[in-house]
Design a protein around this ligand. Structure first.
Ligand code: NAD
Length: 498
Protein backbone atom coordinates (compact mmCIF):
# COMPACT_ATOMS: atom_id res chain seq x y z
CA UNK A 1 0.00 0.00 0.00
CA UNK A 2 1.11 3.55 -0.67
CA UNK A 3 0.24 6.79 1.03
CA UNK A 4 1.30 8.76 -1.99
CA UNK A 5 -0.92 10.16 -4.68
CA UNK A 6 -1.75 7.38 -7.11
CA UNK A 7 -0.74 7.92 -10.74
CA UNK A 8 -2.90 8.28 -13.83
CA UNK A 9 -2.46 6.28 -17.01
CA UNK A 10 -1.96 8.78 -19.81
CA UNK A 11 -0.49 7.98 -23.21
CA UNK A 12 0.62 4.55 -22.04
CA UNK A 13 2.64 5.90 -19.08
CA UNK A 14 1.84 6.04 -15.38
CA UNK A 15 2.13 9.74 -14.58
CA UNK A 16 1.93 11.65 -11.32
CA UNK A 17 -0.68 14.39 -11.61
CA UNK A 18 0.42 18.02 -11.31
CA UNK A 19 -2.88 18.74 -9.56
CA UNK A 20 -2.71 20.19 -6.08
CA UNK A 21 -6.17 18.93 -5.26
CA UNK A 22 -6.31 15.37 -3.92
CA UNK A 23 -8.74 13.24 -1.97
CA UNK A 24 -7.65 10.73 0.69
CA UNK A 25 -8.72 7.15 -0.03
CA UNK A 26 -9.37 5.40 3.28
CA UNK A 27 -9.88 1.91 4.59
CA UNK A 28 -13.54 2.21 5.71
CA UNK A 29 -12.96 -0.13 8.67
CA UNK A 30 -10.11 1.91 10.19
CA UNK A 31 -9.93 5.32 8.44
CA UNK A 32 -6.28 4.53 7.63
CA UNK A 33 -5.30 6.55 4.56
CA UNK A 34 -4.35 4.13 1.80
CA UNK A 35 -3.43 6.71 -0.84
CA UNK A 36 -4.59 10.00 -2.32
CA UNK A 37 -6.60 10.31 -5.54
CA UNK A 38 -5.66 13.30 -7.71
CA UNK A 39 -8.08 15.48 -9.65
CA UNK A 40 -6.73 15.49 -13.22
CA UNK A 41 -5.78 18.97 -14.49
CA UNK A 42 -7.31 20.29 -17.74
CA UNK A 43 -3.95 19.66 -19.50
CA UNK A 44 -3.89 16.07 -18.29
CA UNK A 45 -7.46 15.52 -19.49
CA UNK A 46 -6.55 16.95 -22.88
CA UNK A 47 -3.40 14.78 -23.09
CA UNK A 48 -5.41 11.64 -22.28
CA UNK A 49 -8.07 12.46 -24.87
CA UNK A 50 -5.64 13.28 -27.69
CA UNK A 51 -3.54 10.17 -26.97
CA UNK A 52 -6.73 8.06 -27.01
CA UNK A 53 -7.69 9.59 -30.34
CA UNK A 54 -4.28 8.73 -31.84
CA UNK A 55 -4.44 5.18 -30.45
CA UNK A 56 -7.91 4.71 -31.95
CA UNK A 57 -6.71 5.58 -35.46
CA UNK A 58 -4.27 2.61 -35.36
CA UNK A 59 -6.44 0.20 -33.39
CA UNK A 60 -9.50 0.50 -35.63
CA UNK A 61 -7.46 -1.24 -38.37
CA UNK A 62 -6.49 -4.19 -36.17
CA UNK A 63 -8.64 -7.21 -37.13
CA UNK A 64 -11.18 -8.25 -34.47
CA UNK A 65 -9.56 -11.69 -34.14
CA UNK A 66 -6.24 -10.03 -33.22
CA UNK A 67 -8.02 -7.76 -30.75
CA UNK A 68 -9.59 -10.88 -29.25
CA UNK A 69 -6.15 -12.45 -28.77
CA UNK A 70 -5.06 -9.49 -26.62
CA UNK A 71 -8.29 -9.85 -24.66
CA UNK A 72 -7.61 -13.55 -24.07
CA UNK A 73 -4.28 -12.63 -22.49
CA UNK A 74 -5.98 -9.96 -20.42
CA UNK A 75 -8.71 -12.19 -19.02
CA UNK A 76 -6.07 -14.81 -18.16
CA UNK A 77 -4.06 -12.16 -16.28
CA UNK A 78 -7.17 -11.03 -14.40
CA UNK A 79 -7.74 -14.63 -13.31
CA UNK A 80 -4.11 -15.07 -12.30
CA UNK A 81 -4.36 -11.92 -10.15
CA UNK A 82 -7.88 -12.57 -8.88
CA UNK A 83 -6.93 -12.80 -5.19
CA UNK A 84 -4.57 -9.86 -5.34
CA UNK A 85 -7.20 -7.67 -7.03
CA UNK A 86 -9.78 -8.78 -4.46
CA UNK A 87 -7.47 -7.80 -1.60
CA UNK A 88 -6.85 -4.31 -2.99
CA UNK A 89 -10.59 -3.96 -3.57
CA UNK A 90 -11.49 -5.22 -0.09
CA UNK A 91 -9.09 -2.78 1.59
CA UNK A 92 -10.42 0.27 -0.18
CA UNK A 93 -14.14 -0.61 -0.20
CA UNK A 94 -14.39 -2.54 3.08
CA UNK A 95 -16.05 -5.51 1.32
CA UNK A 96 -15.35 -8.95 2.77
CA UNK A 97 -12.67 -10.86 0.86
CA UNK A 98 -15.21 -13.40 -0.46
CA UNK A 99 -17.50 -10.64 -1.72
CA UNK A 100 -14.55 -8.73 -3.20
CA UNK A 101 -13.63 -11.88 -5.14
CA UNK A 102 -17.19 -11.97 -6.46
CA UNK A 103 -16.90 -8.33 -7.58
CA UNK A 104 -13.72 -9.13 -9.54
CA UNK A 105 -15.17 -12.35 -10.95
CA UNK A 106 -18.32 -10.74 -12.35
CA UNK A 107 -16.00 -8.35 -14.21
CA UNK A 108 -13.75 -11.15 -15.48
CA UNK A 109 -16.84 -12.77 -17.00
CA UNK A 110 -17.35 -9.69 -19.18
CA UNK A 111 -13.68 -9.68 -20.24
CA UNK A 112 -14.12 -13.36 -21.20
CA UNK A 113 -17.13 -12.43 -23.28
CA UNK A 114 -15.12 -9.71 -25.04
CA UNK A 115 -12.85 -12.50 -26.37
CA UNK A 116 -15.83 -13.52 -28.47
CA UNK A 117 -15.78 -10.21 -30.34
CA UNK A 118 -15.27 -11.47 -33.92
CA UNK A 119 -18.63 -13.23 -33.99
CA UNK A 120 -20.34 -10.43 -32.03
CA UNK A 121 -19.25 -7.94 -34.70
CA UNK A 122 -20.74 -9.88 -37.58
CA UNK A 123 -23.23 -7.83 -39.55
CA UNK A 124 -26.11 -8.89 -41.78
CA UNK A 125 -26.27 -9.71 -45.48
CA UNK A 126 -29.04 -10.09 -48.01
CA UNK A 127 -28.44 -11.16 -51.58
CA UNK A 128 -30.37 -9.78 -54.55
CA UNK A 129 -32.29 -7.10 -52.68
CA UNK A 130 -32.96 -5.79 -56.19
CA UNK A 131 -31.72 -7.26 -59.45
CA UNK A 132 -27.96 -7.92 -59.11
CA UNK A 133 -27.80 -5.78 -55.97
CA UNK A 134 -26.62 -7.10 -52.60
CA UNK A 135 -26.81 -5.37 -49.22
CA UNK A 136 -24.58 -6.05 -46.25
CA UNK A 137 -23.78 -4.30 -43.00
CA UNK A 138 -20.69 -3.89 -40.85
CA UNK A 139 -20.29 -2.74 -37.26
CA UNK A 140 -17.48 -0.23 -37.08
CA UNK A 141 -15.98 1.42 -33.99
CA UNK A 142 -16.97 4.91 -32.87
CA UNK A 143 -13.70 6.46 -31.71
CA UNK A 144 -12.82 7.60 -28.19
CA UNK A 145 -15.31 6.34 -25.59
CA UNK A 146 -15.37 7.20 -21.88
CA UNK A 147 -16.57 5.49 -18.72
CA UNK A 148 -17.52 7.01 -15.38
CA UNK A 149 -17.88 4.46 -12.62
CA UNK A 150 -19.24 4.33 -9.04
CA UNK A 151 -17.58 3.26 -5.80
CA UNK A 152 -19.58 0.12 -5.14
CA UNK A 153 -18.11 -2.23 -7.77
CA UNK A 154 -14.64 -0.85 -8.59
CA UNK A 155 -13.65 -3.98 -10.56
CA UNK A 156 -16.89 -5.24 -12.07
CA UNK A 157 -18.22 -1.98 -13.44
CA UNK A 158 -15.04 -0.71 -15.16
CA UNK A 159 -14.84 -4.22 -16.64
CA UNK A 160 -18.43 -3.92 -17.87
CA UNK A 161 -17.14 -1.10 -20.04
CA UNK A 162 -13.58 -0.94 -21.37
CA UNK A 163 -12.98 -4.57 -22.47
CA UNK A 164 -15.98 -4.55 -24.82
CA UNK A 165 -15.46 -0.96 -25.98
CA UNK A 166 -11.84 -1.72 -26.85
CA UNK A 167 -12.62 -5.12 -28.39
CA UNK A 168 -15.06 -3.28 -30.66
CA UNK A 169 -12.12 -1.22 -31.94
CA UNK A 170 -12.46 1.94 -29.83
CA UNK A 171 -10.10 3.55 -27.36
CA UNK A 172 -11.32 4.27 -23.84
CA UNK A 173 -10.89 6.80 -21.05
CA UNK A 174 -11.87 5.55 -17.60
CA UNK A 175 -12.73 7.98 -14.81
CA UNK A 176 -13.26 5.70 -11.81
CA UNK A 177 -14.82 6.67 -8.49
CA UNK A 178 -12.48 8.87 -6.49
CA UNK A 179 -13.46 6.84 -3.40
CA UNK A 180 -11.75 3.61 -4.50
CA UNK A 181 -9.39 4.26 -7.43
CA UNK A 182 -6.72 1.67 -6.56
CA UNK A 183 -8.56 -1.33 -7.99
CA UNK A 184 -9.18 0.34 -11.37
CA UNK A 185 -5.50 1.35 -11.52
CA UNK A 186 -4.49 -2.27 -10.96
CA UNK A 187 -6.93 -3.40 -13.68
CA UNK A 188 -5.21 -0.95 -16.02
CA UNK A 189 -1.70 -2.19 -15.06
CA UNK A 190 -2.73 -5.70 -16.02
CA UNK A 191 -4.19 -4.35 -19.25
CA UNK A 192 -0.77 -2.92 -20.15
CA UNK A 193 0.84 -6.21 -19.16
CA UNK A 194 -1.41 -8.01 -21.67
CA UNK A 195 0.43 -6.04 -24.36
CA UNK A 196 -2.36 -3.87 -25.76
CA UNK A 197 -1.00 -0.96 -27.81
CA UNK A 198 -0.22 2.20 -25.88
CA UNK A 199 -2.95 4.78 -25.41
CA UNK A 200 -5.93 2.46 -25.90
CA UNK A 201 -6.88 2.71 -22.25
CA UNK A 202 -6.33 5.91 -20.27
CA UNK A 203 -7.18 6.28 -16.58
CA UNK A 204 -7.80 9.77 -15.24
CA UNK A 205 -8.93 10.53 -11.71
CA UNK A 206 -11.21 13.18 -10.27
CA UNK A 207 -14.85 14.15 -9.82
CA UNK A 208 -17.43 16.45 -11.37
CA UNK A 209 -15.03 18.73 -13.22
CA UNK A 210 -13.24 15.85 -14.93
CA UNK A 211 -16.55 14.16 -15.77
CA UNK A 212 -17.86 17.39 -17.28
CA UNK A 213 -14.76 17.64 -19.47
CA UNK A 214 -15.51 14.17 -20.86
CA UNK A 215 -19.20 15.02 -21.34
CA UNK A 216 -18.48 18.14 -23.36
CA UNK A 217 -15.26 17.30 -25.24
CA UNK A 218 -15.84 17.03 -29.00
CA UNK A 219 -13.48 14.05 -29.37
CA UNK A 220 -15.49 11.82 -27.02
CA UNK A 221 -18.10 9.88 -28.95
CA UNK A 222 -19.82 7.77 -26.29
CA UNK A 223 -20.22 7.90 -22.52
CA UNK A 224 -21.01 4.97 -20.23
CA UNK A 225 -22.02 6.05 -16.76
CA UNK A 226 -22.92 4.09 -13.64
CA UNK A 227 -23.83 5.91 -10.44
CA UNK A 228 -26.59 7.71 -8.59
CA UNK A 229 -29.76 8.88 -10.30
CA UNK A 230 -29.12 12.62 -9.90
CA UNK A 231 -25.64 12.44 -11.36
CA UNK A 232 -26.88 10.04 -14.05
CA UNK A 233 -29.51 12.53 -15.16
CA UNK A 234 -26.87 15.26 -15.36
CA UNK A 235 -24.57 12.97 -17.36
CA UNK A 236 -27.35 11.90 -19.73
CA UNK A 237 -28.61 15.43 -20.33
CA UNK A 238 -25.19 17.02 -20.73
CA UNK A 239 -23.84 14.23 -22.92
CA UNK A 240 -26.89 14.38 -25.17
CA UNK A 241 -26.72 18.15 -25.33
CA UNK A 242 -23.19 17.71 -26.66
CA UNK A 243 -24.49 15.19 -29.21
CA UNK A 244 -22.90 12.12 -27.68
CA UNK A 245 -24.21 8.63 -27.32
CA UNK A 246 -24.90 8.06 -23.60
CA UNK A 247 -25.92 5.08 -21.49
CA UNK A 248 -26.49 5.84 -17.80
CA UNK A 249 -27.13 3.01 -15.35
CA UNK A 250 -28.41 4.67 -12.18
CA UNK A 251 -30.06 4.17 -8.79
CA UNK A 252 -32.62 1.64 -7.67
CA UNK A 253 -35.11 0.46 -5.12
CA UNK A 254 -35.62 -3.26 -5.62
CA UNK A 255 -38.54 -5.29 -4.26
CA UNK A 256 -38.75 -9.00 -3.53
CA UNK A 257 -42.21 -10.58 -3.48
CA UNK A 258 -42.66 -13.53 -1.13
CA UNK A 259 -45.67 -15.76 -1.75
CA UNK A 260 -47.03 -17.99 1.05
CA UNK A 261 -46.30 -21.10 -1.10
CA UNK A 262 -42.56 -20.33 -1.25
CA UNK A 263 -39.92 -22.37 0.57
CA UNK A 264 -39.58 -20.41 3.83
CA UNK A 265 -35.94 -21.28 4.56
CA UNK A 266 -34.90 -20.39 1.03
CA UNK A 267 -36.75 -17.10 1.33
CA UNK A 268 -35.09 -16.13 4.58
CA UNK A 269 -31.55 -17.16 3.56
CA UNK A 270 -31.79 -15.49 0.18
CA UNK A 271 -33.39 -12.35 1.51
CA UNK A 272 -30.78 -11.83 4.22
CA UNK A 273 -27.92 -12.03 1.71
CA UNK A 274 -29.67 -9.96 -0.95
CA UNK A 275 -30.63 -7.13 1.41
CA UNK A 276 -27.68 -6.61 3.75
CA UNK A 277 -24.88 -8.39 1.82
CA UNK A 278 -22.19 -5.89 0.76
CA UNK A 279 -23.72 -3.62 3.47
CA UNK A 280 -26.65 -3.06 1.10
CA UNK A 281 -24.41 -1.13 -1.28
CA UNK A 282 -25.50 -2.90 -4.45
CA UNK A 283 -27.70 -1.36 -7.11
CA UNK A 284 -29.51 -4.72 -7.25
CA UNK A 285 -29.82 -5.14 -3.45
CA UNK A 286 -33.30 -5.99 -2.23
CA UNK A 287 -34.40 -3.03 -0.14
CA UNK A 288 -38.12 -3.82 0.13
CA UNK A 289 -39.56 -7.28 0.92
CA UNK A 290 -43.27 -7.71 0.15
CA UNK A 291 -44.63 -10.61 2.21
CA UNK A 292 -47.93 -11.46 0.54
CA UNK A 293 -50.82 -12.68 2.74
CA UNK A 294 -49.84 -15.32 5.30
CA UNK A 295 -46.17 -15.07 4.33
CA UNK A 296 -46.09 -12.04 6.70
CA UNK A 297 -45.93 -14.55 9.55
CA UNK A 298 -42.31 -15.22 8.56
CA UNK A 299 -41.09 -11.71 9.39
CA UNK A 300 -40.10 -12.60 13.01
CA UNK A 301 -37.90 -15.44 11.67
CA UNK A 302 -36.33 -13.07 9.20
CA UNK A 303 -35.57 -10.73 12.09
CA UNK A 304 -33.80 -13.51 14.00
CA UNK A 305 -31.75 -14.48 10.91
CA UNK A 306 -30.75 -10.89 10.18
CA UNK A 307 -29.75 -10.24 13.78
CA UNK A 308 -27.20 -13.08 13.54
CA UNK A 309 -25.27 -11.38 10.73
CA UNK A 310 -22.24 -9.51 12.05
CA UNK A 311 -20.38 -6.86 10.12
CA UNK A 312 -16.59 -6.96 10.25
CA UNK A 313 -13.33 -6.08 8.54
CA UNK A 314 -12.48 -7.41 5.09
CA UNK A 315 -10.15 -10.12 6.41
CA UNK A 316 -12.51 -11.36 9.13
CA UNK A 317 -13.76 -14.67 7.74
CA UNK A 318 -16.78 -14.56 10.08
CA UNK A 319 -17.97 -11.16 8.86
CA UNK A 320 -21.21 -11.14 6.89
CA UNK A 321 -20.43 -7.78 5.33
CA UNK A 322 -18.13 -4.81 5.81
CA UNK A 323 -18.43 -1.15 6.75
CA UNK A 324 -20.14 1.33 4.43
CA UNK A 325 -17.85 3.30 2.16
CA UNK A 326 -17.48 6.55 4.14
CA UNK A 327 -18.37 8.31 7.37
CA UNK A 328 -20.58 10.59 5.30
CA UNK A 329 -22.47 7.62 3.81
CA UNK A 330 -22.93 6.24 7.34
CA UNK A 331 -24.35 9.54 8.61
CA UNK A 332 -26.81 9.64 5.73
CA UNK A 333 -27.96 6.04 6.39
CA UNK A 334 -28.38 6.72 10.13
CA UNK A 335 -30.39 9.84 9.26
CA UNK A 336 -32.74 7.78 7.11
CA UNK A 337 -33.14 5.14 9.84
CA UNK A 338 -34.09 7.89 12.31
CA UNK A 339 -36.51 9.34 9.78
CA UNK A 340 -38.10 5.91 9.29
CA UNK A 341 -38.79 5.71 13.03
CA UNK A 342 -40.10 9.30 13.13
CA UNK A 343 -42.42 8.63 10.21
CA UNK A 344 -43.99 5.66 12.03
CA UNK A 345 -42.32 2.53 10.62
CA UNK A 346 -41.78 -0.24 13.18
CA UNK A 347 -38.04 -0.71 13.67
CA UNK A 348 -37.55 -4.41 14.43
CA UNK A 349 -33.76 -4.20 14.26
CA UNK A 350 -31.79 -0.98 14.56
CA UNK A 351 -28.16 -1.07 13.42
CA UNK A 352 -27.47 2.60 14.22
CA UNK A 353 -25.25 1.95 17.25
CA UNK A 354 -23.29 -0.92 15.75
CA UNK A 355 -19.89 -1.53 17.33
CA UNK A 356 -17.25 -3.88 15.91
CA UNK A 357 -14.64 -4.92 18.42
CA UNK A 358 -11.15 -3.73 17.54
CA UNK A 359 -12.44 -1.26 14.92
CA UNK A 360 -13.76 1.76 16.84
CA UNK A 361 -13.44 4.09 13.85
CA UNK A 362 -15.13 1.96 11.18
CA UNK A 363 -18.18 3.13 9.24
CA UNK A 364 -20.36 0.42 10.76
CA UNK A 365 -24.08 0.06 10.35
CA UNK A 366 -25.69 -3.07 11.78
CA UNK A 367 -28.52 -5.01 10.13
CA UNK A 368 -31.65 -2.87 10.21
CA UNK A 369 -35.19 -4.11 9.63
CA UNK A 370 -38.40 -2.12 9.35
CA UNK A 371 -41.97 -3.41 9.29
CA UNK A 372 -45.24 -1.60 8.58
CA UNK A 373 -43.58 0.61 6.00
CA UNK A 374 -45.85 2.67 3.73
CA UNK A 375 -45.09 4.10 0.27
CA UNK A 376 -45.02 7.70 1.58
CA UNK A 377 -42.15 7.06 4.00
CA UNK A 378 -38.61 8.19 3.21
CA UNK A 379 -37.24 4.71 3.96
CA UNK A 380 -39.45 3.42 1.16
CA UNK A 381 -38.81 6.19 -1.35
CA UNK A 382 -35.09 6.88 -0.92
CA UNK A 383 -32.31 4.61 -2.12
CA UNK A 384 -30.72 4.09 1.31
CA UNK A 385 -27.66 2.17 0.04
CA UNK A 386 -27.05 0.62 3.45
CA UNK A 387 -27.91 -2.63 5.28
CA UNK A 388 -31.54 -1.62 5.76
CA UNK A 389 -34.52 -3.73 4.71
CA UNK A 390 -38.12 -2.51 4.66
CA UNK A 391 -40.95 -5.02 4.84
CA UNK A 392 -44.53 -4.56 3.77
CA UNK A 393 -47.47 -6.95 3.76
CA UNK A 394 -49.74 -6.59 0.72
CA UNK A 395 -52.83 -8.79 0.70
CA UNK A 396 -52.50 -10.14 -2.84
CA UNK A 397 -49.93 -10.68 -5.56
CA UNK A 398 -51.61 -8.01 -7.69
CA UNK A 399 -51.34 -5.50 -4.82
CA UNK A 400 -47.61 -6.25 -4.74
CA UNK A 401 -47.30 -5.89 -8.53
CA UNK A 402 -49.17 -2.55 -8.47
CA UNK A 403 -46.90 -1.20 -5.78
CA UNK A 404 -43.75 -2.20 -7.67
CA UNK A 405 -45.09 -0.81 -10.93
CA UNK A 406 -45.66 2.57 -9.28
CA UNK A 407 -42.01 2.80 -8.22
CA UNK A 408 -40.04 5.30 -10.29
CA UNK A 409 -37.18 2.77 -10.40
CA UNK A 410 -37.05 -0.46 -12.40
CA UNK A 411 -33.64 -2.07 -11.96
CA UNK A 412 -34.38 -5.46 -10.42
CA UNK A 413 -37.08 -7.45 -8.68
CA UNK A 414 -37.69 -11.05 -7.68
CA UNK A 415 -40.45 -13.38 -6.64
CA UNK A 416 -40.22 -16.43 -4.43
CA UNK A 417 -42.97 -18.98 -5.08
CA UNK A 418 -43.44 -22.64 -5.88
CA UNK A 419 -46.09 -21.89 -8.51
CA UNK A 420 -45.10 -21.57 -12.15
CA UNK A 421 -48.40 -19.88 -12.87
CA UNK A 422 -47.84 -17.22 -10.23
CA UNK A 423 -44.26 -16.68 -11.42
CA UNK A 424 -45.39 -16.28 -15.01
CA UNK A 425 -48.10 -13.79 -14.06
CA UNK A 426 -45.47 -11.80 -12.19
CA UNK A 427 -42.82 -11.87 -14.93
CA UNK A 428 -45.37 -10.78 -17.52
CA UNK A 429 -46.96 -7.90 -15.62
CA UNK A 430 -44.04 -6.46 -13.70
CA UNK A 431 -42.56 -3.21 -15.04
CA UNK A 432 -38.96 -3.86 -14.07
CA UNK A 433 -36.07 -4.68 -16.38
CA UNK A 434 -34.48 -7.63 -14.52
CA UNK A 435 -36.65 -10.24 -12.89
CA UNK A 436 -35.59 -13.14 -10.66
CA UNK A 437 -37.77 -16.19 -10.07
CA UNK A 438 -36.51 -17.76 -6.85
CA UNK A 439 -33.28 -15.86 -7.63
CA UNK A 440 -32.92 -12.81 -5.39
CA UNK A 441 -30.39 -10.73 -7.36
CA UNK A 442 -30.94 -11.45 -11.04
CA UNK A 443 -27.84 -9.79 -12.52
CA UNK A 444 -27.61 -11.31 -16.01
CA UNK A 445 -24.45 -13.03 -17.22
CA UNK A 446 -22.57 -11.16 -19.94
CA UNK A 447 -24.07 -12.89 -22.98
CA UNK A 448 -27.23 -11.04 -21.95
CA UNK A 449 -27.30 -7.32 -21.10
CA UNK A 450 -27.89 -5.46 -17.83
CA UNK A 451 -31.37 -4.15 -18.56
CA UNK A 452 -32.60 -1.73 -15.91
CA UNK A 453 -35.77 0.26 -16.70
CA UNK A 454 -37.40 3.56 -15.75
CA UNK A 455 -35.26 5.88 -13.61
CA UNK A 456 -32.66 3.13 -13.18
CA UNK A 457 -31.47 3.62 -16.76
CA UNK A 458 -31.27 6.44 -19.27
CA UNK A 459 -30.36 5.56 -22.82
CA UNK A 460 -31.19 3.05 -25.51
CA UNK A 461 -28.57 0.30 -25.45
CA UNK A 462 -27.70 -1.30 -22.13
CA UNK A 463 -24.42 -2.40 -20.55
CA UNK A 464 -22.55 -5.49 -21.80
CA UNK A 465 -23.82 -8.29 -24.06
CA UNK A 466 -25.06 -7.65 -27.60
CA UNK A 467 -26.54 -4.29 -26.63
CA UNK A 468 -23.13 -2.98 -25.54
CA UNK A 469 -21.63 -4.05 -28.85
CA UNK A 470 -24.29 -1.97 -30.57
CA UNK A 471 -23.64 0.90 -28.17
CA UNK A 472 -19.91 0.92 -28.93
CA UNK A 473 -20.26 0.61 -32.71
CA UNK A 474 -21.77 2.35 -35.68
CA UNK A 475 -23.59 0.28 -38.30
CA UNK A 476 -22.55 0.81 -41.89
CA UNK A 477 -24.92 -0.62 -44.51
CA UNK A 478 -23.55 -1.16 -48.01
CA UNK A 479 -25.66 -1.60 -51.10
CA UNK A 480 -23.53 -2.92 -53.99
CA UNK A 481 -23.94 -3.71 -57.66
CA UNK A 482 -21.32 -4.91 -60.15
CA UNK A 483 -22.23 -4.11 -63.75
CA UNK A 484 -21.79 -6.59 -66.49
CA UNK A 485 -21.66 -5.57 -70.08
CA UNK A 486 -25.23 -6.49 -70.92
CA UNK A 487 -26.94 -4.46 -68.22
CA UNK A 488 -29.36 -1.78 -69.36
CA UNK A 489 -28.51 1.83 -68.52
CA UNK A 490 -30.22 5.18 -68.75
CA UNK A 491 -31.12 7.53 -65.90
CA UNK A 492 -33.21 6.16 -63.04
CA UNK A 493 -35.29 9.11 -61.91
CA UNK A 494 -36.98 7.28 -59.00
CA UNK A 495 -35.78 6.21 -55.56
CA UNK A 496 -36.38 2.56 -56.41
CA UNK A 497 -33.40 0.24 -56.83
CA UNK A 498 -33.32 -1.30 -60.25
P1 NAD B 1 -22.14 8.80 -7.69
O1 NAD B 1 -23.21 9.21 -8.62
O2 NAD B 1 -21.89 9.63 -6.49
O3 NAD B 1 -20.73 8.72 -8.47
C1 NAD B 1 -20.62 8.02 -9.68
C2 NAD B 1 -19.53 8.67 -10.53
O4 NAD B 1 -19.94 10.00 -10.88
C3 NAD B 1 -18.18 8.81 -9.83
O5 NAD B 1 -17.15 8.50 -10.75
C4 NAD B 1 -18.15 10.27 -9.40
O6 NAD B 1 -16.84 10.80 -9.37
C5 NAD B 1 -18.95 10.95 -10.48
N1 NAD B 1 -19.68 12.14 -9.98
C6 NAD B 1 -20.11 12.36 -8.71
N2 NAD B 1 -20.77 13.55 -8.64
C7 NAD B 1 -20.76 14.06 -9.90
C8 NAD B 1 -21.29 15.24 -10.48
N3 NAD B 1 -21.96 16.14 -9.74
N4 NAD B 1 -21.10 15.45 -11.80
C9 NAD B 1 -20.43 14.57 -12.56
N5 NAD B 1 -19.90 13.41 -12.05
C10 NAD B 1 -20.06 13.17 -10.74
O7 NAD B 1 -22.45 7.28 -7.29
P2 NAD B 1 -21.74 6.38 -6.18
O8 NAD B 1 -22.17 6.85 -4.83
O9 NAD B 1 -20.29 6.25 -6.47
O10 NAD B 1 -22.41 4.97 -6.49
C11 NAD B 1 -23.61 4.54 -5.92
C12 NAD B 1 -24.77 4.72 -6.89
O11 NAD B 1 -24.53 4.01 -8.09
C13 NAD B 1 -26.08 4.16 -6.36
O12 NAD B 1 -27.12 5.06 -6.66
C14 NAD B 1 -26.27 2.86 -7.12
O13 NAD B 1 -27.60 2.43 -7.27
C15 NAD B 1 -25.68 3.24 -8.44
N6 NAD B 1 -25.29 2.06 -9.18
C16 NAD B 1 -26.08 1.70 -10.23
C17 NAD B 1 -25.76 0.56 -10.95
C18 NAD B 1 -26.60 0.14 -12.12
O14 NAD B 1 -26.15 -0.68 -12.90
N7 NAD B 1 -27.81 0.66 -12.30
C19 NAD B 1 -24.65 -0.22 -10.59
C20 NAD B 1 -23.89 0.19 -9.50
C21 NAD B 1 -24.21 1.34 -8.81
Amino acid sequence: MTTTTIPQLIDGEWQVSRSEQTLPVTNPATQEILCYAPYATPDEMEAAISSAKAAFEEWREVPPSERARFMMLYQALLKEHHDELAEILARETGKTFADAKGDVWRGIEVAEQACNIPSMLMGETAENVARAIDTYSYMQPLGVCAGITPFNFPAMIPLWMFPLAIACGNSFILKPSEQDPMTPNRLAELFLEAGFPKGLLQVVHGGKEQVDTLLTHPQIKAISFVGSVNVGQHVYRTGNQHLKRVQAMTGAKNHMVIMPDADKNQVINNLVGASIGAAGQRCMAISVALFVGEAAEWIPELQVAMAKVKPGAWDDAEAGYGPVISAQARERILGLIAQGKDEGATCLLDGSDCVVEGYPDGNWVGPTLFANVTPEMSVYKEEIFGPVLCTMSPETLDDAINLINQSPFGNGTSIFTSSGLVARHFQHHIEVGQVGINVPIPVPLPFFSFTGWKNSFYGDQHAYGKQAVRFYTETKTITARWFDAGMSSGPNMTINLR
